[in-house]
Design a protein around this ligand. Sequence first.
Ligand SMILES: Nc1ncnc2c1ncn2[C@@H]1O[C@H](COP(=O)(O)OP(=O)(O)O)[C@@H](O)[C@H]1O
Ligand SMILES: N[C@@H](CCC(=O)OP(=O)(O)O)C(=O)O
Length: 424
Amino acid sequence: MSDTNSYIIVIKLGTSSLVDEVTREPRIANMSLIVETIVQLRRQGHKIVLVSSGAIAFGMKRVGMSSKPTKLAAVQGLASIGQGRLIGLFDDLFRQMNQTIGQILLTRNDISDFTQYKNAKNTLHELLDMGVIPIVNENDTLSVAEIKFGDNDTLSAITAGMVHADYLFLMTDVQCLYTDNPRKNPKAEPILVVDKVDDLVVKTDTESGGSQVGTGGMTTKLIAAGLATNVGVTTIITLSSQPDSILSIVANIQSMDRSDLSIEAQTKYIASEIKANKIPLHTRFLGLPRATKIISDKRFWLLHGIKTKGALYIDQLCYEALTRKDRAGLLPVGVVAVEGNFHESECVSINVIPERSSPLSEGLEVGTCRVNYSAIEINLIKGLHSSEIETVLGFADSEYIAHRDNLAFQPTLPPSTESLFDNH
Ligand SMILES: Nc1ncnc2c1ncn2[C@@H]1O[C@H](COP(=O)(O)OP(=O)(O)O)[C@@H](O)[C@H]1O
Ligand SMILES: N[C@@H](CCC(=O)OP(=O)(O)O)C(=O)O
């Protein structure tokens, strides 16, 4: 988290903001405007991380390909051609304004270990402290399904969590989130303020994705907004062709005192500011209040840095023991069921069912843990006391399935004293 008047801002640019959807030519005027805005924000004392898509589209243009190939190696090759050209163009533009940039290409593999995650975080902070603009993209040339973030909306939200950003701007080719895809439904209504992403009822048109050149459409932006707001990062969807809107939106958010305003009152106020042309149309996803939003790096990494390889089911009583103040580690006796085929040291989701006899379909996913035993081993020892582990497995590396330091729960869950199932 940053000082009072200096913010850490992550700006995500989608492919549709960087290349023309029809000609696939770089949108140089748009990129120049974004560069100018970023330099202006830097000069105001803010720290900016740019998460930029575009490598594959730039590669396609270079080799004269009109549609994205289906063969993975071909996509990887195109990303290798395009990433150099993309970063080269950014460097040319930023250099005009005497601004240094740094390139960071990531796969999930690069942060699969907590020490590596902290290294990535330290590098980002070091670059920011040096006054550099880090430009992040997925390392598409090397990434395959198992180690992919998959889309840059998610990557930008993870980056925002990693650097403890204040704001995440998802800059795209529509002005905001609508009740339906505005390309298909002209009656779609803008949504100005979102308090809880999980409660949203909108159509995001997953089947046809979004623009011709983007990945994931609005669906991945909502996933990213949920992830970022859960760790306190206020997230904004707005039009990339008006990048200077970042300045007015940040100023507007700061001028509002949220504490005593209802969502309705905030929406009314924002609508009036938009109508008066003080700020452009955008969607604002509110971050959790300051008191609840700060989670440790380890917890964020467990929850969002690594892919889960399976699932453990526990009952409500075990969940209470794991989440109370002097919380315990997860013992074999608490585990009701195991799903997936994972190894020791891998991460799995934690799901709570009301009672041990409840069907697994009633399970609510509440967090992630890093396990000390494989799926096969946990299946053998689930429901047993730790003293029985050695007899059953022939060894007992730990009395816990997961040590408490390797357990992480979503920050939005009710306190452990309240039932998770009251509202379900
Ligand atoms: N409910 C919705 N509100 C706004 N846009 C939507 C919605 N559902 C789908 N979309 C589509 O999402 C697109 C933006 O996503 P995408 O093309 O992946 O952009 P980017 O390349 O910026 O990531 C829009 O052009 C729009 O057609
Ligand atoms: N990493 C890929 C972009 C992936 C992606 O999420 O694209 P987009 O939906 O345009 O932000 C690339 O550089 O081409």
